[in-house]
Design a binder for this molecule. Structure first.
Ligand SMILES: [Zn+2]
Length: 60
């Protein structure tokens, strides 16, 4: 998947984003855009919370 410019324009990452905001942003980003990989720390945290499944990437 390529960069989803419209999504990025509509969802800027806040400056000084909290962990919660980063988790939310990356979870949304992974669904809507494939311009870059989710950082491992973010992925781990989302998986630990059950917000994404480990198989999400392999479904694409
Ligand atoms: Zn993106």
């Amino acid at each position: 998947m390529k960069l989803n410019r419209e999504w990025h324009l509509a969802h800027p990452m806040p400056r000084n984003a909290t962990l919660e905001q980063r988790l939310e942003w990356h979870a949304e980003h992974a669904v809507n855009c494939g311009c870059r990989d989710m950082p491992p720390g973010i992925r781990k945290e989302l998986e630990a919370r059950g917000l994404i499944g480990p198989t999400l990437r392999s479904l694409r």
